[in-house]
Design a protein around this ligand. Structure first.
Ligand SMILES: *[C@@H]1O[C@H](CO)[C@@H](O)[C@H](O)[C@H]1NC(C)=O
Length: 229
């Protein structure tokens, strides 16, 4: 029977960990006259909540046979979180006879983004009486650097800058070999595997995503190469 041989493409996700909460679903569309399943987002993705989503797709034919394939969706992190500053300790008021080098405050900075998107630099706006000292990990200490005089200045307002450091695309992809020699026997069938190449990029996120395409051949040599005129 003709209908039994036709793949009806009944597709369904089998392993949705939190069905309904999942931001990815499938739908069907008509492409080139064929019914093709499409995977679409139903809500915004958050890299910080889930960096990957794994789905299972089942294809079923009219005769009841089926196959399952896994789809792994990787979420690319973008710099969507501002740095946060948490003060752990703060001594105020300070006696004016405080010796230089006294720790006035201890605080930590963090950024929920990952990789270079989560990098933070911390600085104190220009002034001469206080400085920032990295303590441990992402902790900083605010320390006095010179004597304070209550009669001269009774209050200091310090502006702390924590700056998100984001990645710029300053690295080109680099192939793992400068040239590749691949051997393939003549009279081979089309689609036979010839070899693989690989390139890496030192940037992060989208700046590090490498895609490949065949560039026009530069020259051919050996028997069978077209004679140049
Ligand atoms: C370069 O990458 C290709 C594809 O992954 C691999 O087959 C090859 O062994 C790699 N070469 C080196 C020198 O690592």
């Amino acid at each position: 029977m003709a209908i039994a041989r036709q793949v009806l493409c009944v597709c369904a996700f089998l392993s949705l960990p939190h069905a309904g909460a999942e931001p990815i679903r499938y739908s069907r569309s008509r492409g080139g006259g064929k019914r093709l399943p499409e995977i679409k987002l139903t809500k915004p993705l958050d890299y910080e909540a889930a960096a990957t989503h794994e789905l299972s797709v089942r294809a079923r034919d009219g005769g009841g046979l089926s196959a399952i394939c896994k789809v792994l969706v990787e979420v690319v992190d973008v710099n969507d979180n501002a740095p946060e500053l948490v003060v752990s300790s703060f001594s105020s008021p300070l006696p004016e006879n405080t010796v230089p080098g006294t720790v006035v405050a201890l605080f930590s900075v963090r950024d929920r983004d990952s990789g270079a998107n989560g990098k933070i630099s911390c600085a104190l706006e220009d002034q001469l009486l206080f400085s920032l000292r990295p303590a441990y990990k992402n902790y900083y200490e605010l320390v006095t650097v010179s004597a304070l005089d209550r009669e001269e200045t009774a209050q200091y307002v310090l502006n702390l800058l924590s700056v998100d450091v984001s990645d710029v695309n300053d690295n080109a992809p680099v192939f793992n070999q400068t040239s590749y020699t691949m051997y393939v026997r003549e009279n081979n069938v089309p689609t036979v595997f010839v070899g693989a190449v690989s390139a890496a990029d030192a940037d992060v996120g989208l700046n590090a995503k490498v895609t490949y395409s065949l560039a026009p051949a530069q020259r051919q040599s050996g028997p069978g190469a077209p004679a140049s005129r």
